[in-house]
Design a protein around this ligand. Structure first.
Ligand code: TXA
Ligand code: MG
Length: 354
């Protein structure tokens, strides 16, 4: 087992809209020197290193405790950096980035030799995105290099949407944490592979399938939930992911009343129950001895609060976390995917009451 990367962590507050030049310069220097910098993006916080420096990339894996077979996403400031990482760059990649960059879309392309093998977990493809966040873009420019960055959490923990989450997981394992406040989307980017005959979504995320289909009508999405690491054809698709310490139980069903009744029955039968639900449904659980986290008024709000709610319920000492699977349209698809992984596949299908 590799030793974890150890260092002294320095924190800087940065303005998320107009980042102060001094901390950005220092963070850029740290990246060039082979160090690790955690920074905000519009999706979640990233744990960044110089993407073209194999030793720096290795530190990311050691800091996170991330298995070597799970490749990283490379962050660039604009499309002019794309040909330095990928070859060929198909025309569709430019069209997609024209529409969705900067933004929560990651494209998988055939990699150039300059991209280190450990970054791509030995594969001949590379994942690239242009984050929509002034701090991330300023950092990439200050570093003068593309920045490899997975989500800045310990392996299999919920992704961080605040600098405090990053600190909780990585204090002493990252050189600099740039604190630019909470992230806007709260779920990771959508990953779209362009290396096969038909474009294939590998992970639903901040850009919805409906939006993508407007440009790539023939894209496919085949959810993959693997429990056996060795069998993973597309790395990072392991079922266990985003796990809080508590056990997450996902309730699925179209009949609102039946689903709420099933959740209440579970809460009645168990101790130390936590629950996540939309704001308008919080009052339904008022008479129960459960700790409730509101996910806000709609699914966009729920996306921003989901990972924080998992961490918060953990810190409130619950043993169980109940949640309801949302509709699979729009951002609901990505929320459902994250919930299913947090629940490690444990779903209760609630039949309608007839
Ligand atoms: O929004 C995001 O994408 C965030 C922020 C920091 O940019 N990053 C992120 O990285 O979520 P991470 O490491 O937590 O997830 C990256 C995913 C992994 O599941 C990995 O398997 C997949 O991207 N990936 C990376 N390179 C790939 C490749 N060449 N082919 C297929 N999948 C790849
Ligand atoms: Mg991650």
């Amino acid at each position: 087992m590799r030793e974890p990367y150890r260092t002294t962590t320095v924190y800087f507050q940065v303005d998320p809209q107009v980042p102060e030049p001094r901390p950005i310069e220092l963070a850029g220097d740290a990246i060039r020197a082979g160090g690790l910098v955690a920074f905000p993006t519009e999706t979640v916080y990233g744990l960044g290193a110089n993407a073209l420096d194999e030793t720096a990339v290795e530190k990311i894996f050691r800091a996170k405790g991330r298995p070597a077979n799970d490749p990283l996403i490379v962050h660039i400031a604009d499309v002019s950096q794309l040909p330095g990482l990928a070859v060929p760059v198909p025309e569709i990649a430019y069209r997609l980035f024209q529409r969705f960059a900067p933004g929560a879309l990651t494209l998988v392309l055939n990699k150039r030799e300059a991209v280190p093998a450990n970054l791509t977990a030995g594969m001949d493809t590379v994942a690239v995105r242009i984050p929509d966040h002034a701090v991330a873009l300023a950092l990439i420019k200050a570093a003068g290099r593309p920045i490899a960055a997975p989500s800045a959490n310990r392996f299999s923990r919920p992704s961080p949407t605040t600098a405090r989450h990053v600190a909780a997981d990585l204090e002493g394992r990252v050189d600099i944490i740039l604190d630019g406040g909470p992230t806007a989307i709260g779920l990771e980017s959508t990953i779209l592979s362009l290396v096969r005959e038909t474009p294939q979504v590998l992970r639903p995320g901040g850009v919805s399938l409906e939006e993508l289909r407007a440009i790539v009508p023939d894209l496919t999405y085949q959810p993959q939930y693997l429990t056996d690491d060795a069998a993973a054809p597309s790395p990072g698709s392991m079922l266990k992911h985003y796990s809080p310490r508590a056990t997450v139980i996902l309730f699925r069903g179209d009949d609102d009343l039946a689903v709420w009744a099933a959740m209440k029955a579970f809460a009645d039968d168990h101790d130390h129950v936590g629950l996540m639900t939309l704001e308008q449904d919080v009052s339904r659980f008022a008479d129960l001895d459960v700790k409730v986290e509101s996910l806000g008024a709609d699914l966009d709000a729920a996306a921003t609060r989901l990972f924080a709610a998992l961490r918060s319920l953990d810190s409130r000492g619950v043993k169980w976390i109940l949640a309801r699977a949302p509709d699979t349209t729009g951002v609901g698809l990505a929320i459902g995917d994250r919930l299913l992984r947090a629940a490690e596949g444990v779903v209760i299908d609630v039949k309608p009451v007839v």
